[in-house]
Ligand binder design. Structure first.
Ligand code: 5GP
Ligand code: ZN
Length: 137
């Protein structure tokens, strides 16, 4: 599966260069061109799936296994102090490239924050309603 207008499909096909850290039949791990921190890289499936909703469950599992392997390796090599694994779905969630990818972001003590949000407050009643609605039966 490929989308002719997708930059990551072109990178996966080798038509646009990337710094590739790992490759197998299903994935490439490439360095992000606009890194949030030193070493920020992306796990990208070779086939085009726009987001988590399109990604087959089996590949989702394989992507997370690869994330564990890469995070472990990168932490050793970079000697970073922590690690974020992130994934955006939809423009409102910050997705800018609509070909599924997992962000691997090494974190360093004293570096600028990259993830912040303001905590919301919902009433106990609203929280109970939400819990009921969101429960997987
Ligand atoms: P998103 O915002 O969709 O979660 O993340 C897209 C990421 O892809 C961004 O961090 C951005 O810097 C990165 N990116 C965009 N275009 C390219 C590219 O051509 N090559 C590489 N290696 N990364 C890219
Ligand atoms: Zn694509």
């Amino acid at each position: 599966m490929r989308d002719e207008n997708c930059i990551f499909c072109k990178i996966m096909a080798g038509e646009i260069p990337s710094r590739t850290l790992f490759e197998d039949d299903d994935f490439k791990v490439i360095m992000d061109v606009g890194p949030a921190a030193k070493g920020h890289s992306l796990i990208v499936p070779k086939q085009h799936y726009a987001d988590i909703y399109e990604l087959p469950s089996e590949l989702a599992g394989e992507a997370m296994k690869l994330a564990k392997r890469m995070a472990t390796h990168m932490t050793t090599v970079l000697n970073c102090d922590g690690f974020n694994i992130m994934q955006n779905n939809g423009e409102v969630a910050g997705q800018t490239v609509f070909h599924y990818h997992l962000h691997l972001v090494p974190r360093y003590k004293d570096a600028a924050p990259i993830l912040t949000w303001t905590q919301n407050h919902f009433s106990d009643e609203e929280m109970d309603e939400l819990a009921e609605k969101l429960s997987v039966k």
